[in-house]
Design a protein around this ligand. Sequence first.
Ligand code: HEM
Length: 391
Amino acid sequence: MTDLPRLPFERANLLELSPAFAVLRKEEPVTRVRTSTGDEAWLVTGYEQARKIFADERFGRSHPTPETAPRLSNSSLLGGPQGEHATEKAAHDRMRRLLAPAFSARRMQALAGRVQQLVDDLLDEMEEHGPPADLHELLSVPLPIQVICELLGVPYEDRDRFRAIADDMGDLRDLRRSAAAREEMQVYTHGIVTAKRSDPGEDVYSDLAAADLPSHEVATLAGGLLFAGHETTMNQIDYGVLLLLSNPGQFEALKRDPNLTDAAVEEIMRMGASSEHGLIRYAHEDVEVDGVTIKAGELVVLATVAANRDERVYPDPERFDVTRESTDPHLGFGYAIRFCLGASLARVELRAVFGALPRRFPALRPTVPLDRLEQRPDQLTGGLMALPVTW
Ligand code: HEM
C-alpha cells in the first residue's frame, strides 16, 4: 500500500495547493494514485488532459457494479458512482433539458438586480454591525441561501435545518452519515415540491412539480439543487475575499477599476480552491489518454484545482491577477456536458459581491493570519468556519 502516492495530499495553507500536484502535473499529468478509501485511481492534474476527459462521453458518473467500484472518498455525493449505468445518459439529458432554461444566462441576468439588492442589504447590515465582524456568517452564508431559496421556492425560515443536513451530506469520512443526510435532504425537498403541485409559484421546484418525472428522480434533483446551489458559492465568496485581502495590490486594482470585476471573479474561480477533493469519472470502455490506457470500470479523479494552475496554459499560474487575460476557460465550473448548471447564477452572485465589496469596505482586512483561520473539518467542499475581518 506504500507503492502509490496517496490522496488526500498534505496541504500547506488555505491558498496554496499541496505541492505534490505541481510535481505530478509536470512529470505525469495522468498518473496512478491510491485514494483515501484504499482504491486505485488515475489522478489527472494537467489542464488539457482534464479537458479531454470532461469532453469524452466514454467517461461517465455511473459504474456497472457500484457496490464494488473504486471510490475516491466516503462522500455519498462525489465519492463514488452515481446513477444507473444503463440509463445515465438519458437521465442526464432529461435533467439538463428540464432545468437548463430555468438557469440560463438570460434568466440569471434578469435576476442580477435582485441579487445586487440582497448583497447591498447584507453589506448595510455588516456596516451596522461594525468591525470586527465575521464576513462568513454575515455575507458568504446568507447570500447564496437567500438567492437559492427564492429561485427554488424553498422557505428561508428552514435555513438552519437544511444547512445542518447539508453539513452532514458533505461529510467525507462516514458514508452512512453522508448517505442518510442525502436521503433526508431528498425527503425534505421532495415534500416542498409535492406541495407546489397544488400551490405552484414562479420557481424551479414548481417546474419540477409539473414535470413528468419519476418521483425518485424529482427527489434527487431537488435535493441536489439545494445542496449545489449554496455550499459552493458560499466557499467561493470566502475564498475570493481571502485571495483579495492576501494580495492587497489586486484589491487596490479592483477598488480603482470596477470594470475589472468580471475578470476578478474568473480569477477567483480559477484559484479559489476550498477543497482539493476533485471530480470523478468512470471509464465506460478502455480509453487512451496521454499515452496511458484507462480501462473500462477504472476511476478517474479530475483535480481541477491543479489543472487550473497548469503553467502550460496560465503563465505564472500561482500569481493571483485580476487583470489576467486568458482564452482558455478555467475548469472551476467543470467543462463540457456536465458544465455547472448554476454557473451563470454563481457568476451573478460573485459579481454582485466583488463589485460592491471593495467600494463599500475599502479598508477591509483580516483580523487573523491565514494559518489561524479555522477550517470546516472533513467536508467535501472544504471551506471556513469563520472569516473575521475589520475595516
Ligand atoms: C461558485 C459556485 C459553484 C461552483 C464552484 C460549482 C462547481 C461545479 C462543478 C465543478 C460542476 C461539474 C461537476 C462534474 O463535472 O462532475 C458542477 C455541476 C453542477 N452544478 Fe455547480 N457550482 C457552483 C454553483 C452552483 C449553483 C449556484 C447551482 C445551482 C443550483 C449549481 C448546480 C449544479 C448542478 C445541478 C450541476 C450538475 C450538472 C450536470 O451534471 O450536468 N452549481 N458545479
